[in-house]
Design a protein around this ligand. Structure first.
Ligand SMILES: NC(=O)c1ccc[n+]([C@@H]2O[C@H](COP(=O)([O-])OP(=O)(O)OC[C@H]3O[C@@H](n4cnc5c(N)ncnc54)[C@H](O)[C@@H]3O)[C@@H](O)[C@H]2O)c1
Length: 361
């Protein structure tokens, strides 16, 4: 069983729940947090799991196989690279990095070390999205035509009381980087990758440095046209996705943090008839219902992969691409132009997308 260390006991608590939902697959070795009480509260969930506040101790520990990074974003790249160079596999919370340059360095460190770097995108692992994947696999959807996404969440002063949030230097970006990244990953997964984006971003909800609203238009390699609306000023948290394919339309409910957990509506369009579509879903139903979801779904895939089995993984390259997309959004919004992907690595936006203060400030 792979021995995993969870670094950071905020969302790390939900990672612990994910591992514990998979008995016999993971050995929970240690939880690390500067706040000993938080670390202890998470570690007690798994019998025998230790606690530390020393990141370096974990990176150097030969007993640890996998380091699961749930730290604030500015620590992702340095900690991941140190862990990979020490021969650990790395699972890393979103956003993978705060620049394309850092994301590239992380992927290169994984390649050089022959270790896996897995970006966390747990939204992919949910029943409705398993159903959509199955319909695609069976060739029932036809070509994707358009998709719409809404990430309309509610964040206020209490959320931004955590000092790393809302600042370029520690959070690295706003709602496009931190919140809508999940919905955009689902585009990449089901109809992507994105090859062109035209973006408008603004700060309209909270007194923060980074953006909290966005309107994006994109084109994917498959030709599909996508629109994404993002705000942190929603009356309540809702996420909504709609994928229009030639032969069916797939629509989520409004579950904000696990859109795959909703009951999705799948509507056939001629020449596909609804009974064929419903029949395919019924046939696949038992296997889909048996699959773990959310963090447990992603951690089950990683455990399968480590066991040498074919698994529904998120690749390091997809993580890099998710960061490159954010860089393209900022570039487009600032220039008022459409930006094409992949980005030229010589473009300064790849090294640092932090807005530069006007000269003289
Ligand atoms: N996938 C998701 O749906 C999801 C949801 C929430 C957060 N996240 C991501 O997870 C990451 C963490 O977010 P969070 O909300 O849990 O933040 P948080 O601030 O609640 O938790 C981070 C923890 O890291 C600890 N920490 C900071 N520096 C440390 C160090 N040097 N050594 C040891 N511990 C240290 C802090 O004490 C804190 O407990 C972020 O990148 C965030 O974007 C992802």
């Amino acid at each position: 069983m792979p021995r995993v260390a969870i670094l950071g006991a905020g969302i790390g608590a939900q990672h612990m729940d994910g591992y514990r939902a998979l008995p016999g697959r993971w050995h929970l070795a240690v939880v690390c947090d500067l706040d000993a009480d938080k670390a202890e509260a998470v570690a007690t969930q798994a019998p025998g799991c230790g606690v530390t506040s020393d990141l370096d101790e974990i990176v150097a520990d030969p007993e640890i196989d996998v380091i699961d990074i749930c730290l604030p974003p500015h620590l992702h790249a340095p900690v991941a690279i140190a862990a990979l160079e020490a021969g650990k596999h790395v699972i890393c919370e979103k956003p993978l990095a705060g620049s394309v340059h850092d994301a590239d360095r992380m992927a290169a460190a994984a390649r050089d070390a022959g270790r896996m770097l897995v970006p966390v995108f747990q939204y992919r692992y949910g029943r409705g999205l398993y159903q959509l994947g199955e319909l695609q696999r069976r060739g029932l959807t036809g070509r994707p035509l358009v998709a719409t996404l809404e990430t309309h969440w509610n964040r206020g002063a209490d959320y931004y009381a955590v000092p790393w949030r809302g600042r370029w230097r520690s959070e690295g970006g706003g709602a496009v980087l931190g919140h809508a990244i999940h919905a955009h990953d689902l585009i990449a997964r089901f109809v992507g990758p994105v090859t062109e984006v035209t973006a408008m971003v603004d700060t309209r909800v909270n007194p923060i440095e980074t953006e909290d609203c966005a309107a994006l238009a994109m084109r994917c390699e498959s030709g599909v046209l996508v629109t994404s609306s993002v705000t942190l000023g929603g009356a309540r948290d809702t996420s909504r996705l709609r994928f229009v394919f030639e032969r069916l339309t797939a629509e989520s409910g409004r579950n904000p943090y696990a859109p795959g957990a909703d009951d999705w509506a799948f509507e056939a369009r001629a020449p596909l008839d609804q009974s064929t579509l419903d029949g395919a879903l019924a046939e696949a139903g038992a296997a889909i219902d048996a699959r773990p979801v959310g963090y447990a779904g992603q951690f089950a895939a990683i455990a399968d992969h480590l066991d040498g089995r074919l698994a529904d993984m998120v690749s390091a390259g997809e993580g890099v691409r998710s960061i490159e997309f954010v860089a393209a959004v900022y570039k487009s919004a600032r220039a008022g132009q459409t930006v094409r992907l992949p980005l030229d690595r010589a473009d300064p936006i790849c090294r640092d997308w932090t807005p530069q203060p006007p000269k003289g400030d």
